[in-house]
Design a protein around this ligand. Structure first.
Ligand SMILES: Cc1cc2nc3c(=O)[nH]c(=O)nc-3n(C[C@H](O)[C@H](O)[C@H](O)COP(=O)(O)OP(=O)(O)OC[C@H]3O[C@@H](n4cnc5c(N)ncnc54)[C@H](O)[C@@H]3O)c2cc1C
Length: 528
């Protein structure tokens, strides 16, 4: 993957996509696969905003059954099945436990009905995806960290999980491979019109401050929370903040769907890279969209919610990492706007302004492929192009062509020969898919690259070097927050950060001053 800023003004594009989160990535990839000439610009890093701050679930959303959002749940479950098939390295099944306690808002029968409906809407042919019930003893064996006093038993049901930032990155790589021009750290600063119709934009290279003009017949804004900054999209959005914490490992390989005792909201505890992802909050957001942070109230809420269920409660000292993101909702009808963010539909809408520019409002990572297909259908209709969507059937850019279990087993045994420990090998294959072959080659020439970067996390040095060399990282935090999320998964020491910066800097050709600046950018994340 190479950053492509200089090539942007050299042609007039069919489509300019502004915003490199999941919606922009799918739109650019889909349009490039249909043969359109495409440019996509992202003001920061790919997936630098909400698309790296989600719960990392590819799910129907069991809780949306309570608000009778069957259409959205069905649509999302269909996408879940499709992604599990087209991207088995990137999206993998994850079972969730739902405990049944003596006193709780939804009783066993209500949960049973909901889960039966969920299975029915999924129409999943895989037998392992159906829900099951366990008595208290067996359920506790699945989730030994849960306090058991009034536990009567519990259900487990299947959904799926991903690494959201890497999902976006793989799609950007796919878009580039299909001919799209892709530039991160490139901000759209002005929309240009000809005869009242959007016809291009001025973009600014965020690294050099150079400005240039891009001409495009169609323009799509997939700018997430920044939609709320400018007319006309400001009027179409409502924003809500969601916070996650990274906590010590208390789960095996299954997640938990729980209900916060304070307000009855659903929250999750999810295994992620060997730790526990705890989230999320869901509160209206009216602050500065450029600085979204977890504050003390968010942290207190999540710890209290989790501690309502844990045998050994967590304190603030147990927090390993944290991140916050902003969800965009379609602005509901006036009467409904006072309802809590959790009650607002997660569904998505495409709006087209009077000047012909399109705006993607709301949505979910899970359903973004299908929504992007609608965006590109609309763009194609405007361009008079009749070319069907290919993303429904295509394997992902880094998905193996052969049967996934056989490929996975063969690659794991090669990893073992190279001295990569099994946990690191598992994650390497999920993170890089077929690109892992290149990583293996680098280890063949230097066996020390098979070592973990830090002992507690399942990432090896060859992975870091691969990301630095091949994945369009500009800054150190691009590498360490999104491509390889060390900054949220451990408290790196200054020495560890220095060492990593030296290794990455050698590839990215940083001088001493740049190295210091890059370390400085990461300092807010690291141990005092
Ligand atoms: C807490 C939380 C948990 C969630 N969990 C899940 C989940 O588990 N599963 C799920 O399916 N969905 C989940 N979602 C929803 C999902 O994360 C979002 O729907 C999705 O990430 C939105 O993607 P996006 O591309 O629209 O926006 P973003 O990811 O925010 O991308 C917009 C991009 O546009 C760029 N941009 C803005 N202005 C400009 C400009 N002028 N020039 C260039 N670039 C610009 C920004 O820098 C940004 O990178 C969650 C959301 C939140 C907040």
């Amino acid at each position: 993957m190479k950053r492509d800023f200089a090539a942007l003004p050299q042609q007039s594009f069919d489509l300019l996509v502004c915003g490199g989160g999941i919606y922009g990535a799918w739109t650019a990839y889909d349009a490039a696969l249909r043969g359109l000439s495409v440019a996509i610009v992202e003001q920061n890093d790919w997936a630098g905003a909400t698309s790296s701050a989600s719960s990392k679930l590819i799910h129907g959303g069991l809780r949306y059954l309570e608000t009778y959002d069957f259409k959205l749940v069905g649509k999302s479950l269909k996408e879940r099945t499709l992604l599990l098939h087209n991207a088995p390295h990137r999206v993998w099944p994850l079972r969730f436990g739902v405990p049944v306690y003596a006193q709780q808002r939804l009783n066993r029968l209500q949960l049973k009905l909901g889960l039966t409906l969920y299975d029915f809407l999924a129409h999943d042919p895989e037998p392992g995806m159906q829900h099951r019930y366990f008595n208290a003893e067996k359920f506790t064996a699945h989730f030994p960290a849960l306090a058991g006093a009034s536990l009567k038993g519990g259900f487990t049901y299947a959904d799926a999980q991903t690494d959201d930032a890497r999902l976006v990155l793989e799609l950007i790589a796919g878009a580039q491979q299909a001919g799209a021009h892709c530039a991160n750290y490139c901000k759209l600063v002005q929309l240009l019109e000809t005869g009242g119709k959007a016809s291009g934009a001025i973009v600014r290279d965020q690294l050099t401050q150079t400005k240039l003009e891009i001409r495009a017949k169609q323009i799509v804004f997939t700018t997430g929370q920044w939609l709320a900054e400018e007319p006309p999209s400001r009027a179409w959005c409502r924003l809500a903040k969601g916070v996650h914490l990274l906590m010590p490992a208390v789960l095996n390989d299954e997640a938990l769907l729980l209900t916060a005792q304070a307000d009855g909201r659903v929250f999750f505890m999810i295994p992620w890279y060997g730790l526990t992802l705890l989230g999320t909050t869901d509160t209206d957001f009216t602050g500065d969209v450029d600085t979204v942070r977890a504050d003390d109230n968010d942290i207190d809420y999540l710890l209290a919610a989790a501690n309502g269920y844990l045998k050994t409660p967590w304190s603030k000292a147990d927090i390993i990492g944290r991140f916050a993101g902003v969800r965009v909702f379609k602005q509901p009808a006036k009467t409904a706007s006072a309802s809590s963010p959790s009650a607002v539909s997660r569904d998505w809408e495409l709006k087209t302004a009077a000047n012909g520019a399109h705006y993607a409002i709301g949505g979910k990572i899970t359903s973004s492929r299908q929504d992007a297909a609608c965006i590109v259908d609309t763009v194609c209709a405007q361009l008079g192009v009749s070319q069907p969507c290919a993303t429904q059937h295509n394997r992902f850019p880094w998905a193996p062509q052969e049967a996934f279990p056989a490929w996975f087993a063969a690659m794991q045994s090669r990893a073992a020969q190279l001295g990569i420990d099994p946990e690191c090998a598992k994650w390497l294959l999920h993170r890089h898919g077929t690109q892992t072959t290149g990583i293996f080659r680098s280890i063949e020439t230097d066996r020390s690259l098979a070592q973990r970067i830090v002992p507690s996390l399942p990432f090896i040095t060859a992975d870091l070097m691969h990301c630095a060399t091949n994945e369009m990282a500009v800054h150190l935090d691009d590498l360490l927050r999104r491509r390889l999320p060390l900054l949220i998964l451990t408290h790196l020491t200054q020495e560890q950060l220095q060492r990593i910066a030296l290794q990455a800097g050698a590839v990215l050709q940083w001088d001493d001053k740049r190295m210091q600046d890059e370390i400085e950018r990461c300092t807010p994340w690291i141990a005092p």
